[in-house]
Design a protein around this ligand. Structure first.
Ligand SMILES: Cc1cc2nc3c(=O)[nH]c(=O)nc-3n(C[C@H](O)[C@H](O)[C@H](O)COP(=O)(O)O)c2cc1C
Length: 249
């Protein structure tokens, strides 16, 4: 069953307040490389999975040719840190990340070990009463598998997050191999992509596009507003239950 985690309302509120003053929300996204070293980089937050806060799952987009995607193949453990300067809040989020591409949509629900429900099934059970009965139904593992997101729903989710990207960002997926040595040819290609005259179609970069799905297990929230500093720790247990502890900031 999907139940909204107790950290989600505060997180959504911080995102919304941030977006009143800034065009997007960034996060520091940490993975572990093949030699066990931490690697961190800035990414743009792309919202909750299926645009549904009850998933408790966050998304970012990335190029499949980037190092972080390689890291996730050998170690799916990640940490993401959001800082909201306007409200002096930080959310340190840890869990696992999985890379959704057009190649693995068919098996993605098996890959992601998290209590996710098909968005279509949720729509069908629209009243609270029905959602409660779906919760009972999902105590049975085989029945829960029946209502996991379908391959088509994963593909639709990839498409909807791709469609929301600006033309400039879509173009960045056509760039030469990220991290490869620059050559005069690559510089020329980069320049023509930037000017939109590389002769490609907007959709051409989609072959390198992936949606990184961050299933959250723990959240460390701190609000240092200066007059009533607070800190809360949240942890997932029993699939879809969460502890919530106030601690000293
Ligand atoms: C403001 C900003 C936003 C960024 N957003 C993303 C993003 O959403 N996804 C992404 O893969 N890289 C993004 N990057 C680039 C990454 O920080 C990083 O350079 C790139 O992902 C390569 O990292 P990797 O080789 O460790 O995978 C962004 C960089 C900046 C400065």
């Amino acid at each position: 069953m999907q139940l909204m985690a107790p950290w989600v309302p505060a997180f959504t509120n911080s995102v919304n307040r941030h977006l009143e003053s800034f065009p997007f929300v960034t996060l520091s996204f940490a993975t572990v490389d093949c030699e066990g070293r931490p690697k961190v980089r800035t990414c743009i937050y792309r919202g909750f999975l299926f645009n549904d806060r009850r998933t408790n799952v966050l998304t970012i987009t990335s190029d499949t040719r980037m190092d972080k995607i390689e890291h996730l193949k050998s170690n799916s453990q990640v940490e993401a840190c959001f800082w909201f300067p306007k409200t002096n809040e930080q959310f340190r989020v840890s869990g696992h990340a999985h890379t959704l591409t057009s190649d693995n949509a068919e098996k993605f629900s098996d890959e992601v070990d998290y209590p996710l429900v098909s968005p279509g099934a949720i729509k069908n059970y629209s009243s609270n009463m029905d959602l409660a009965s779906m919760g009972q139904m999902t105590n049975n593992t085989s029945e829960r598998n029946d209502i996991k997101p379908t391959a088509q729903e994963w593909k639709d989710e990839m498409d909807s997050k791709w469609d929301a990207l600006s033309g400039k960002l879509k173009a960045s997926f056509r760039k030469p191999e990220p991290g490869s040595k620059i050559t005069p040819e690559k510089r020329k290609l980069l320049d023509s992509i930037t000017r939109g005259v590389d002769g490609s179609n907007e959709e051409d970069g989609k072959k390198n596009y992936s949606l990184v799905v961050l299933t959250v297990d723990k959240v460390d929230y701190i609000n240092l507003n200066g007059h009533n500093d607070i800190r809360y720790l949240y942890e997932r247990f029993d699939e879809d239950q969460w502890t919530e502890d106030e601690v000293c900031p």
